[in-house]
Design a binder for this molecule. Sequence first.
Ligand code: ZN
Length: 158
Amino acid sequence: MEKELLTIGSGEAEQPFQWSCGKYTSKFLTELRDHARIVGIRCPQCRRVLVPPRNVCGECFVPLDEIVELSGKGTVVTFTVLSFGFVDPDTGKQRPVPYTWAFIKLDGADNTFIHYVEETDLAKLRVGMRVQAVFEEQRRGHLLDIKHFAAIAEQAGR
Ligand SMILES: [Zn+2]
């Protein structure tokens, strides 16, 4: 049976709205934009560092306010390589495939951070691979100021 793949677009719909990122997400995004730097926030009670920063520790329910600078290096915890494109809600255009989407445990952080990884070759990708953030030249205060994470030649746990 021949398959017919249909595509439905959003037509001419335009959704011009803005919302406040809040104190800590604004700090996170301005650090990306102005310093090409990733920051997290430390819980005063459990001492976990969470990235991106947020107002409250989900484990301890206490307010957070200690911003911590991270190196931008991390370890891939899990990943997937996508080979079926979809319209990127950020750009309104289809992201070229294949691309890799990964959970990355940044050095100095206790949770994982989700972002693109440059490598798409399944023979080269692996859980535990070391990666480093690569920043856009022109940054705008957006999560995609981090272009992607790229593999670096070093062992996990450094
Ligand atoms: Zn905590």
